[in-house]
Design a protein around this ligand. Structure first.
Ligand SMILES: CC(C)(COP(=O)(O)OP(=O)(O)OC[C@H]1O[C@@H](n2cnc3c(N)ncnc32)[C@H](O)[C@@H]1OP(=O)(O)O)[C@@H](O)C(=O)NCCC(=O)NCCS
Length: 157
């Protein structure tokens, strides 16, 4: 799976994306360190240990470098996305509870991370080992980086 490049200077105002989600009772928030284990457990339950370990890195940084989608009524986590978790300027890992997909959560998490990377001084972001390439092309204009697979992941054991 290839890495993708995102031009952060082209990321525009996404307030309508978040507003639309809030109308469905879902809010994108930056979790606080007391919720580190809650986020880790969500990722472990819905995805796998590798991603749960990666997102732990977000809680070693200030600001915490991940966002979660939360059901405003139940406080349940529905999805997550990290950045600067694997390598600098890298987006990911990310994932949405399988029963809550196609509601706009994945896109909102992605765009919120891109805004954060831009605001922290990056000009470009890299989406590491992208699975759903078309999702990223559609949501943030990402383009494939040639010869980037396996890229940094070649040293993964
Ligand atoms: C990829 C993922 C995060 C998308 O989350 P989601 O909440 O379902 O996505 P959204 O509802 O925000 O989708 C936004 C748009 O992208 C489209 N889209 C969603 N998943 C897509 C996919 N796999 N391929 C192409 N388009 C996709 C949606 O149809 C929607 O289009 P629209 O705006 O025209 O309606 C989710 O499918 C997931 O968790 N997948 C498993 C983990 C994974 O692959 N993570 C990425 C690793 S690189």
């Amino acid at each position: 799976m290839p890495d993708l490049l995102v031009k952060l200077y082209n990321i525009s105002d996404n307030s309508s994306v978040y507003k639309e989600l809030e109308e469905k009772g879902i809010k994108i928030i930056r979790p606080m360190t007391p919720n580190k284990y809650k986020v880790h457990e969500f990722v472990l339950k819905h995805f796998h240990e590798g991603w749960a370990n990666e997102v732990d890195t977000a809680f070693t940084r200030f600001p915490v470098s991940c966002f979660v989608a939360v059901d405003m009524a139940t406080k349940e986590i529905l999805g997550f996305a990290g950045y600067d978790c694997t390598y600098k300027a890298y987006f990911g890992p990310t994932g949405v509870d399988e029963t809550k997909r196609k509601l706009g959560i994945g896109k909102a998490l992605l765009l919120r991370c891109m805004e954060a990377l831009r605001d922290e001084g990056y000009a470009y972001a890299i989406i590491g080992s992208a699975g759903p390439v078309h999702f990223y092309e559609k949501c943030c204009g990402a383009t494939v980086i040639e010869d980037s697979s396996p890229g940094i992941y070649a040293s993964l054991i």
